[in-house]
Write a protein that binds this ligand. Sequence first.
Ligand code: FRU
Length: 484
Amino acid sequence: MTNTSGPAALEPPAATEAPAIETPTQQHWRPRVHFTARDSWLNDPNGLLHHEGVYHLFFQNNPSGSTWGNMSWGHATSQDLTTWQEQPVAIACTPQEHVYSGSAVADVRNTAGFAGPGQCALVAIYTSAYTEHSHRPGVQAQSLAYSLDAGRTWRRYAGNPVLDIGARDFRDPKVFWYGGDDGHWVMVVVEASEHRVAVYTSADLKEWTLTSRFGPAHATGGVWECPDLFPLPVRGTGQVRWVLLVSLNPGGIAGGSGTQYFVGHFDGTTFTPERLSSGAAAAAGEDLRDFDWLDHGRDYYAAVSFNDVPDGRRLTIGWAGNWDYAASTPTAPWRSAMSLVRELDLVRDAGGRHRIAQRPVLPTDGARPENLLVHRVQVPCGPGQRWQLVLATGEGDDDDRVSIVLDGDERTLSCDRTRSGAVDFHPAFPGVDSAPLLSEQVSEVLVVADGCVLEVYADGGLSTITQLVFPAAPLRRLHQGALD
Ligand code: FRU
C-alpha cells in the first residue's frame, strides 16, 4: 500500500474537537524553532534519520484531528535542525492498522533487498497496532515500510508484520546497525507492561531473533515505552559507554510521562548496566549505579535519537508533552510540539558515575526568529546562595510569569509555572518542577522560551527542565537576582 491511500477515520471525532482557526493568542503559542504540525495533532518523534544532508523527523500524527487518533506517521524535514518543513503524511493508518512509534534506517547494504541497482532504501520499522477491524484485534507487532525516493513516498512491506509474538503491549522498535560490514541490525523494543526492553538482532530487517532482555529496573510506575540504545563518548576520557533510554507513563519524575536512562555496556546482543561493585544494595538486587531522568520537567517524553548523524554526534528530540493533559492544551488547530534537538554526551564525576549532559541546537544569532527568547545567564550559585530569574509578559504584578530558581543549599533547579497564564485547563498542569544539581557550584543557566515551550538547562546541561506554558503574551526577561 502506498501513501496515496488517505487516513481512514478510525476514531469517532472527539466531542471537544478544537476550532480550526487560531486566535492571536494561540498564534503566539506556536513555537518557531520547536516543530509543530501545521493543523493537526502530534505526539512521539519517530524515524529520526539523517540521510543525504537531510534530517528526517517522522512523528505520531492524527492527520485529520487535534486529538490523538488515526495514528499515522507525519513527516518533516530540516537541514539545520531548527527550521522544519512539514511534508505529506508518510505512512497513513488504515481501518485495520494504527501506525505506532518506531524508527528508520538507511539500508545502505540493501540487506532487505528493497532497493534496485543504484538505489538506497530507507526502511521504517514501526508498530502495527491492529484495530478491531483487523484479523488480530488488540495485537501489537513490528512492521516495515520502505521508501526508494529518499523518504518522499512510502510503501508497506508485503510480508508484514516481521515480528509478531502475539502480544498486546509490544511496541516502539528502535533499530540501528551494529558493527562494520560484518555487523547486524539491532532492535530494542518494549514489552511495555512487563517493564522490559527486549533486544532482537537481524541480518535483513525481516527475520528477528531475541537475544536478551533488560528490566524491570528503576522507575516502573507505568508502562515502558519508546526505548533507544546508543553509544556516547565519556567527556575527556576517550572512552565510550552505551545509554539505554526508556520512557515511562505514568510514573515520571515530575508526574505523568517521563524519560529515564541507564548507562552501561553493549556487545551487540546484551545491554549490561553499570553496577555497584559490592555492598548491601548489590545483595538486594538494587545495584544499578548509573541511571537518572533525562529531563525533570513535566513535558519531555518519548525522547529518541537520530540514526546516521555525521561525525558520530548523538542528537535527540523529545515530545514536549505529557499524557496527563495532552488532549486539553489550549491550542488549535495544531496541538503539541517537539522539543529542541539536543546533543548528548556523558560526564563522569569524581565517584566514577556517568550522567548525560545535553546542549540544545539553536539557530545562529543572525537567524533567530522574532519572539524566540534565548537567555544565557551567568549565575553565582553555590552553598548559601539562591538565585531567581522571573520571565514575565510585562512589568505588572498580575502579568503572567514563570519563576526559575537555583538553590545552592538544596542543590536544586526549579521552575514554577503556577502563574504562567492558561493553567486551569487541567488540574495536573499548574505546578513546580524541580531537578537536582549535581555540581556544588553552578555558574550558568540557559533559558529558551519559544511559544508554548520553555526549556531550562543548568549545570552544563546535566540538569534540564522542559515545561509547556500558555501566557497571554510572549514571555520576556523581567528580573533576575539573588534571593535572601
Ligand atoms: C508513547 C506511545 C507509544 C505508542 C504511541 C502511540 O507516547 O504511547 O508507546 O507507540 O505513543 O501514539
